[in-house]
Write a protein that binds this ligand. Structure first.
Ligand SMILES: NC(=O)c1ccc[n+]([C@@H]2O[C@H](COP(=O)([O-])OP(=O)(O)OC[C@H]3O[C@@H](n4cnc5c(N)ncnc54)[C@H](OP(=O)(O)O)[C@@H]3O)[C@@H](O)[C@H]2O)c1
Length: 360
């Protein structure tokens, strides 16, 4: 089968060469049904998360032994089942989370990992984009911060994968949502979702911009900060927080881990939540399952929708107008993340030859 292999650590955006850390194998073995409760899924779509990029760079908290097939959330159709499997059957549409081995055509997992049947009417590619991004924001906003109608939610990196999901879930919760992003295209997109206010970082300072908006609505400050970016933006956002605010530490896309002074947290009665979604699988799997089931029902009834800005196959691209080199489509997919081009999600569709912007 076709599979993307990471053979060494390095920058996955570089063109095909001896130094490239990723290669596509056309003859990777199809994984075998390993136990009576194993299920093999033909992958329809797998999502590319920032964590996959960090993992190939060697900068992610969880390290995999080389070589490895990267993995993330995915969707697909059950293709084969072990003799004792009772909860899914061949032909079922499913989505799930993998920590490796989903950037290929087939994945084998245990049936207990596949409790997420994709409801009728749900787009299968969209379902593959849902678990990590929407799961993270749902647990963060609904379970940890307990976001209430009328509260002010400030979302950093709001056009990215987790950011856009936080914006949508914030609106579902009835919050007043302020989104922070860079550039006209992202700002226009966020406005089209009915976000209450969008800060364009390419045009000015977050503090002044948000304060002006809050004044027009007679609001004092921000109740919940959703932060997948870190660095200077976190420091500035702290100046906008209300007494009793919740700070959700989601990630550090800026590459800089922010400092939240304990003395200010004390005086202002802030609650700082570190949130690592994947670890709920180990520590509170029931909550994670309930959360994903609710999200899938929201996806099927149109409460949320998933924006896929780019989708790629595992083929090669022979010419790019701006380069003389040959790239894998996967190089371009990682490049979209690195260059901050993504609005919503980037997907990899194994076995297809599509490239570029999705019409979804
Ligand atoms: N805690 C968890 O369980 C969990 C789960 C999923 C993701 N995460 C983390 O959340 C972060 C974002 O993930 P994602 O999948 O949403 O990534 P993404 O789609 O690439 O979005 C990241 C956003 O951050 C903003 N950004 C600001 N400074 C940046 C910089 N120097 N480089 C790149 N982006 C920058 C960009 O917005 P502008 O260009 O508009 O400024 C971009 O839209 C990552 O650190 C990821 O590891 C954590």
């Amino acid at each position: 089968m076709e599979a993307l292999l990471c053979t060494k650590l390095g920058d996955p955006t570089v063109a095909i060469s001896d130094s490239s850390p990723i290669v596509v194998s056309r003859s990777h073995p199809v994984p075998a049904i390993a136990s009576p409760t194993s299920v093999r899924v033909r992958i329809a779509a797998t999502s590319l998360n920032y964590a996959n990029y960090l993992q190939i760079l060697g900068r992610y908290q969880e390290k995999l032994p080389l070589p490895f097939v990267p993995g993330s959330d995915y969707s697909g159709v059950v293709e084969s089942v072990g003799s004792a499997v009772s909860t899914v059957k061949i032909g079922d549409k499913v989505c799930s989370l993998a920590t490796s081995d989903s950037f290929c055509e087939f994945i084998v997992t245990d049936e207990k990992e596949l409790r997420f049947l994709v409801p009728d009417g749900c787009d299968l590619v969209a379902a593959g984009a849902l678990p990590v991004a929407y799961g993270t924001s749902h647990l963060a906003l609904v379970h940890r911060a307990q976001l209430k109608p009328g509260q002010v939610l400030l979302v950093l990196g709001a056009a990215g994968g987790v950011g856009l999901s936080a914006v949508q879930i914030g609106k579902v919760c009835g919050a007043i949502v302020i989104a922070v992003a860079r550039g006209d295209e992202k700002v226009r997109f966020l406005q089209s979702l009915g976000v209450d206010y969008v800060v364009d970082l390419s045009k000015g300072n977050i503090i002044e911009s948000v304060k002006n908006f809050l004044k027009t609505r007679n609001l004092k400050g921000v109740d919940v900060l959703y932060d997948p970016v870190g660095g200077k933006l976190t420091k500035e956002s702290m100046k906008l927080l209300n007494w009793g605010a919740n700070i959700l530490i989601i990630g550090f896309a800026s590459g800089e881990i922010p400092v939240i002074p304990a003395n200010i947290a004390l005086v202002k009665n802030w609650t700082v939540h570190g949130l690592y979604w994947g670890s709920y699988k180990l520590h509170n799997p029931q909550l994670l399952r309930d959360s994903l089931m609710e999200l899938l029902s929201w996806l099927s009834n149109g409460t949320i929708s998933i924006h896929i800005s780019h989708s790629y196959s595992l083929q090669e691209v022979h010419t790019l107008s701006t380069h003389s080199s040959t790239f894998l489509q996967a190089n371009l997919a990682f490049g979209d993340i690195k260059d901050r081009k993504v609005i919503g999600k980037v997907m990899v569709i194994p076995g297809s030859s599509s490239v570029g912007r999705s019409k979804l």
